[in-house]
Design a protein around this ligand. Structure first.
Ligand SMILES: NC(=O)c1ccc[n+]([C@@H]2O[C@H](COP(=O)([O-])OP(=O)(O)OC[C@H]3O[C@@H](n4cnc5c(N)ncnc54)[C@H](OP(=O)(O)O)[C@@H]3O)[C@@H](O)[C@H]2O)c1
Length: 268
């Protein structure tokens, strides 16, 4: 896969433009790229806008042989990944992703922080982690600003988490499994209404199954890995009905395709 010292220019393949694709050159503040993704209107009957961002190989793998997504993403993906964080109030992840991808407290470089301000987002980008087990990585628990933990009444380490993080950062949304609709309501109560899910496959499946996803950003990198990798969704159950999506954008750089799709929600 081509590796760039500087992030690549992105061609805007969709929507088509007269005279050929528009080009988005990398900029420290990424103002143009962020603007492309900024229209995240919250439906009048909902409290949040939920966008997911995932990366896949051409053969549908959500990880490479190292069982992480770092081996299948690239600089083009990283540009969009960062731009989406600029627009989020909160990054939502499953605890599996926090553990496997070794998440650290979130920090945006200062030029992106400025773009964030221009879009009216609060200075702090929150991290919220979904877990039933309560197994939250120590690096996150020990952070100056720890994550919000969305968990369940049956979580075996509920009391320890509350002691460690303070009761206001541990949110109970269900008995045995996190009810994601309740969890999103609790985030909205905290003023966190632009939600960016960075996965992983279980969480994405749960969001889709509960009809809570507004938008899917999906990058395909030009790799074919085989192996027992999970897909970007990971569930034994077919979605019933299957979900439909409409393309919003398609970007391109060096064979990597970056799509943005609006999900047709089942409920208004
Ligand atoms: N390609 C990509 O874009 C991408 C993105 C992210 C991750 N990944 C990869 O995906 C793999 C991890 O997959 P995964 O499916 O295990 O990730 P995941 O969805 O992040 O994590 C699953 C865990 O999250 C918690 N969880 C998710 N939904 C829940 C719910 N509704 N209620 C309660 N807990 C819930 C549970 O944590 P507890 O076990 O703590 O209860 C569950 O075991 C890793 O290899 C990672 O590298 C790929």
């Amino acid at each position: 896969m081509p590796r760039h010292h500087t992030p690549p220019t992105l061609d805007v393949l969709l929507p088509t433009a007269p005279g050929g694709p528009a080009r988005l050159d990398p900029r420290d503040d990424e103002a143009e790229l962020v603007a492309l993704f900024a229209d995240t209107t919250i439906h009048p009957q909902r409290r949040v806008h939920v966008r997911a961002n995932m990366v896949s190989t051409l053969d549908g793998a959500a990880t490479g042989p190292d069982r992480r997504s770092g081996s299948i993403n690239d600089e083009a993906d990283h540009r969009v990944f960062s731009a989406l964080r600029v627009l989020a109030d909160v990054v939502l992840i499953g605890a599996g992703t926090a553990r496997t991808e070794r998440y650290e407290p979130l920090a945006l470089p200062s030029p992106l922080q400025a773009t964030r301000r221009d879009h009216g987002r609060a200075a702090e980008l929150e991290l919220a982690l979904v877990t039933a087990s309560g197994a939250v990585p120590e690096v996150l628990l020990a952070a100056q600003r720890p994550p919000l933990v969305l968990t369940v009444a049956a979580c075996p380490s509920l009391d320890q988490l509350r002691d460690r993080l303070g009761p206001h950062r541990v949110l109970v949304a269900g008995e045995e499994q996190v009810d994601l609709a309740t969890a999103l309501d609790l985030l909205a109560d905290h003023g966190l209404v632009h939600v960016l899910s960075e996965g992983g496959p279980h969480l994405l499946s749960d969001l889709l199954a509960a009809d809570l996803l507004d938008e899917l950003c999906l990058t395909w990198t030009p790799l074919v890995v085989g192996g027992p990798a999970p897909r970007t969704t990971r569930t034994d159950d077919w979605f019933a009905p299957v979900r439909h999506a409409r393309p919003r954008h398609l970007l391109h750089a060096d064979g990597t395709l970056l799509g943005r799709w609006a999900l047709d929600r089942l409920t208004p």
